[in-house]
Design a protein around this ligand. Structure first.
Ligand code: 5GP
Ligand code: ZN
Length: 113
């Protein structure tokens, strides 16, 4: 499958890994939009939130727990951080392997553009 995030998960394309296990990878975004900009993905190729099933419940739960643990360890995020998931083209999704952005280290705007 020609999916860049599947290749990153498999280690076929290098990335700056922050956390990995058999089911989850958290790595630095190649084009950071904030001082801290991480991407959290399941290893399983799920195109978007629309494709989630009950069988993904545990992995997704663990993905969020890991994001929270990593955020707690980063001093830049002590005053807050944002998790974003772009779901579909109009929302700004460009990589169709579901992922969560973890941003922080600067003041975030609301509403997002
Ligand atoms: P989306 O726009 O789909 O929500 O987010 C995709 C993100 O993946 C973008 O922030 C983009 O910078 C990042 N990205 C795209 N290709 C690569 C890559 O090869 N390596 C890494 N580390 N990030 C990537
Ligand atoms: Zn994929």
């Amino acid at each position: 499958m020609d999916c860049i995030f599947c290749k990153i998960f498999a280690g076929e394309i290098p990335s700056e890994v922050v956390y990995r296990d058999d089911d989850i990878l958290i790595f630095k975004d190649i084009d950071p939009k904030a001082p801290v900009h991480l991407l959290a993905i399941p290893g399983k190729h799920i195109e978007s939130l629309n494709d989630l099933t009950e069988s993904d419940t545990e992995v997704l739960g663990r993905l969020f727990i890991k994001m929270k643990d990593i955020a707690a360890d980063l001093p830049e995020l002590k005053n807050g951080y944002r998790i974003v998931q772009n779901n579909g083209k109009e929302a700004g999704q460009t990589v169709f392997h579901m992922h969560f952005h973890l941003f922080g280290g600067r003041r975030m705007m609301w509403p997002p553009g």
